[in-house]
Design a protein. Structure first.
Length: 210
């Protein structure tokens, strides 16, 4: 297989789901600033919990106007319908993010800094997210050209011949190296990396979530 093309089954899936993928990316770009905090809450909930449950938590936090009121939300994180693992820790982290939100938002809106540098800064200053979750958060508020390197993406990079086996991303340096390899592959096949990211997720799960 040439690095100038997707594997046949992924190329077929891309043609089938391309419009949905493009529409989802446009949705991210339309997320209003007053909802950015809740997108961060979503990303604080996702590690070792399902994206579906994290999305339900986000919806409930918005419904109770959590950012304005700052009430206890542990019962939401414990609810079986949207259960979040390590809910006590994540409860503290969500409240801490609320307390620090204005400073966090300043970093996001600094137009003089490249998106990847903003991402790395968020990974350092927001308790509970690393480079992957910071990338996920920024993508969900419409920022582009950031890799969300999880098992779905790594598995498909092997499938596409970028790596012979699943690479380690145990350090931020390795994360950046894999991100760059993914970026180069996307340039070679002529498809935006944000689209390929959602394509890989769809290939593994059947869904185009956030």
């Amino acid at each position: 297989m040439s690095h100038g093309a997707l594997p046949a089954e992924l190329a077929f899936l891309y043609q089938q789901r391309r419009k949905e993928i493009e529409a989802r990316l446009r949705e991210f770009m339309r997320v209003e600033e007053d909802r950015w905090f809740y997108e961060l809450c979503f990303c604080l909930c996702t590690p070792q919990s399902s994206a579906v449950h994290a999305s339900r938590v986000q919806e409930q936090l918005e419904a109770i106007d959590f950012y304005r009121n700052g009430q206890d939300i542990l019962h939401i994180l414990r609810d079986p319908s949207c259960y979040i693992r390590f809910h006590n820790t994540k409860h503290r982290r969500i409240h801490k993010a609320r307390d620090n939100w204005l400073k966090i938002k300043e970093k996001i809106t600094d137009s003089s800094i490249h998106q990847r540098l903003i991402r790395d800064s968020l990974a350092q200053c927001v308790d509970g997210i690393g480079v992957k979750e910071a990338s996920h958060f920024l993508r969900n508020i419409g920022r582009r050209h950031l890799a969300i390197i999880d098992r779905h993406l790594l598995t498909n990079l092997v499938r596409c011949g970028v790596y012979e086996q699943v690479p380690s991303i145990s350090t931020s340096r390795r994360y950046h190296e894999v991100e760059e390899a993914f970026d180069q592959y996307c340039q070679a096949i002529g498809i935006d990396m944000d689209e390929v990211d959602l394509l890989f997720w769809c290939a593994q799960t059947g869904h185009i979530l956030k």
